[in-house]
Design a protein around this ligand. Structure first.
Ligand SMILES: C[C@](O)(C(=O)O)[C@H](CC(=O)O)C(=O)O
Ligand SMILES: [Mg+2]
Length: 300
């Protein structure tokens, strides 16, 4: 009932433990707090909070228009709804190194288990679009150093994302990844890898966990979990997938309504009211309500 009982500190510790063990951790992107519940219910290991989804949700393109406050607010709403660790996209960290440190503290207070900071210049853009620019190594490592120094819970996972592959190639990616780890990154997110061999090269080059981004319509093919695990990935995100699925369904339903004047033919594909209530833990509220309603102070 209400929010998930697991504390943020426990979720961070659990993520650290999971990363210390074997296997690929799957983090589908939650497009709202309720979908985070669904992700947990289906047995995934974590929840991703995507910047692309967050901005699209506001009707905005993913070009650095959202603020740290908006990202922290949404992260709080999503993270508190699940016992799973949440990993949030902190874009470029929202400013200079001091701002990055503050962003980290805000996100820590929001209850996330980890976050990633990227090395794009501001204003950033989707990592799978052409025409990106990256900052120099000096600025990139300062962002990560500031992030690592800013956290108060040592278990908060600071992941460094590098977008350098599309700009300068694989060798530069390996070099940048090593520099980011030296600066304190607990994990590496190599953006827009063109294939498994590149992902494997990054995983071999660093001795921290590496993330694979299985976003659709991007630069990478959609690999299976087994393929990603064999290439050495430790975390996989499906950042925008559930939003795309939901928006696809919404668009089809609206087309049906226009064409048929009723949604009758769509009902079979809808989440049932009973399933929604189950996810919302509706019965627990009734029990709680009854317990409070019948409560009396002994002797009065
Ligand atoms: C992972 C990502 O940063 C996101 O915001 O979810 C995006 C996803 C996308 O736009 O497909 C990215 O890869 O840049
Ligand atoms: Mg993003």
């Amino acid at each position: 009932m209400l929010y998930a009982p697991t504390t943020a500190a426990a979720k961070r510790a659990a993520l650290r433990t999971a990363l210390a063990g074997p296997g690929l951790l799957r983090f589908p992107g939650a497009f709202n707090p309720l979908s985070a519940r669904l992700i947990q219910d289906k047995g995934f290991e974590g929840v991703y909070i995507s910047g692309a989804v967050l901005s699209a949700d506001l009707g905005l393109p993913d070009i650095g228009l959202t603020t740290a406050t908006e990202v922290a607010g949404r992260s709080h709403q999503i993270a508190r709804m699940t016992d799973l660790p949440a990993l949030v996209d902190a874009d470029t960290g929202f400013g200079e190194p001091m701002n990055v440190a503050r962003t980290v503290q805000e996100l820590e207070d929001a209850g996330v288990a980890g976050l990633h900071i990227e090395d794009q210049v501001n204003p950033k853009r989707c990592g799978h679009l052409d025409g990106k620019q990256v900052v120099g190594t000096d600025t990139a490592v300062k962002r990560i150093r500031a992030a690592a120094d800013g956290r108060r819970d040592p278990n908060l996972l600071i992941m460094a994302r590098t977008d350098i592959r599309a700009v300068e190639g694989l060798d530069a990616t390996l070099e940048r990844a090593r520099a980011l780890v030296d600066a304190g990154a607990d994990a590496i997110f190599p953006e827009a890898m063109t294939g498994l061999a590149e992902l494997e090269a990054v995983a071999t080059a660093v001795d921290v966990p590496v993330l694979a981004n299985m976003t659709e319509f991007g630069k990478s093919e959609l690999f299976t979990e087994d393929q990603l695990a064999s290439a050495g990935a430790r975390i996989v995100i499906y950042p925008v997938s559930l939003l795309r699925v939901a928006m696809g369904a919404a668009e089809r339903a609206l087309d049906t309504l226009v064409a048929e004047g009723s949604l009758r033919s769509e009902v079979a594909g809808m989440q049932h009211r009973a399933r929604l209530y189950e996810l919302l833990d509706y019965p627990a509220y009734n029990t709680f309500d009854a317990g409070v309603f019948t409560f009396t102070v002994p002797g009065r």
